[in-house]
Design a protein around this ligand. Structure first.
Ligand SMILES: *Cc1c(COP(=O)(O)O)cnc(C)c1O
Length: 395
């Protein structure tokens, strides 16, 4: 056991790693799970120990066995040099950006980025003297033309979690390498299971643990993993903020971790079944699901990803707001609400026109994003079929 722990369970497949990573029953009286450690103060037995801050833990903000368990497991899973935990996915984004920039820098952010990320760039970073240029997610090697003398960061999110553009990570990485830019990816959709971020050349990777890691819509959590070059600076920036999550949330995330691959594979199966069913509906003009061969970005998904999840979008034909409301308000099983990746199915309408700046978003009608949960797929399809009847009744 000790040896496999030391080499990060190398040689084992991800499912095995998810079961074994980040826990050591021999350190907790044989109990399988790392318990919830609550605490601020850590006691030192002698003055020498106190002065040297000797011991595995020194103070609550520096981590506990509970937080270290998840950090270790995630580092293994992501193929990183290290991981830090923060209270939300958005905090993971802001911490990664603050790790990489200083006043006077310029950063490149995909136009498909999670919207609150843009808000941070346009307000806090701008006030700090960091300028943001948004780029077309499909730009690929054309990113070169946007690089300036003071450009420091390329921020990616692929696929975009509303509009599902797939970015050419290889071409973008080549530009970043040529100009020594820090690459940061919001990897929440793929997770390290379906997109191993550091193997793909990313310096820092963000995961909203709120989504598939939790899997149960009962917590908020963010993780930032980094490669060997960026981890020391990430950890130092993290320590400067002391933005630590609470131990119960970390414990629940560890519990979610053990079943994450099972849940993702099921989300993939359910998501694909629903996407194919929606593709055959006359009201649907286009399905935006990277794993369907007829969908945009499929070739890049096939090249770079190891699977797909249960989150995708569709573009509908033109329908009025009243018709859409009739469809959505009457749904029995699908909930309407933000976030995703839980056990329950969700749907939201979205409109990228309200915030995009580098690209035109011109859907023919309303756009809907689905997070397909674990319900029976035929029950879900019947719920949507009834919804489409209400939609058509108002057309
Ligand atoms: C939800 C989400 C986040 C933010 O996570 P929170 O925990 O809700 O702050 C970041 N990026 C993506 C792609 C997300 O879907």
């Amino acid at each position: 056991m000790t040896d496999t722990k030391r080499d990060g369970h190398k040689g084992f497949k991800s499912r095995t790693r998810l079961v074994h990573a980040g826990r050591d029953p021999s350190e907790q009286f044989g109990y399988v799970n790392t318990p919830i450690y609550r605490g601020s103060t850590v006691l030192y037995p002698t003055l020498d120990d106190l002065y040297a801050r000797r011991g595995r833990f020194s103070y609550g903000t520096q981590g506990t066995p509970t937080t270290q368990a998840l950090e270790t497991a995630w580092t293994e899973l992501a193929g990183a040099a290290g991981t830090v935990l923060v209270p939300t996915g958005l905090a993971a984004i802001t911490l990664a950006l603050l790790t990489a920039v200083k006043a006077g820098d310029h950063i490149l952010v995909t136009d498909s980025a999670y919207r609150p990320c843009r808000n941070f760039c346009d307000t806090v970073l701008r006030r700090m003297g960091v300028e943001t240029t948004y780029y077309d997610p499909l730009i690929g090697g054309g990113l070169e033309s946007l690089v300036r003398q003071n450009t420091r960061v390329v921020f990616l999110e692929t696929p975009g979690s509303q509009s599902f553009e797939l970015q050419d990570v290889v071409a973008i990485k080549a530009v970043a390498e040529a100009h020594d830019l820090c690459t940061i990816i919001d990897n929440t959709w793929g997770t390290p299971l379906f997109f191993p971020p550091h193997e793909r050349g990313m310096d820092m990777a963000i995961e909203a643990g709120t989504k598939y890691l939790s899997g149960h819509s009962d917590l908020l959590l963010g993780l930032v993993s980094a490669n060997a070059r960026w981890y020391p600076r990430l950890r130092a920036t993290y320590d400067a903020f002391a933005m630590c999550p609470g131990p119960e949330d970390v414990f629940l995330a560890l519990r979610g971790l053990r079943t994450m691959e099972l849940r993702l594979r099921e989300a993939e199966r359910q998501g694909l079944a629903m996407a194919r069913w929606l593709a055959a509906r006359p009201e649907v003009v286009q399905v935006l699901h990277p794993a369907l061969p007829q969908c945009p970005g499929h070739a890049l998904w096939k090249r770079d990803f190891l699977g797909s999840t249960g989150l995708f979008s569709v573009l509908l034909a033109p329908f009025s707001r009243e018709a859409l409301a009739a469809m959505l308000d009457g749904l029995e099983l699908f909930g309407m609400g933000y976030s995703w990746g839980g056990f329950e199915s969700l749907v939201i309408p979205f409109d990228c026109r309200t915030y995009r700046t580098a690209t035109q978003w011109n859907p023919p009608g309303p756009a809907l994003r689905f997070s397909i949960g674990l319900e029976d797929i035929e029950d879900l399809q019947a719920d949507l079929a009834a919804g489409f009847e209400r939609l058509n009744a108002h057309a």
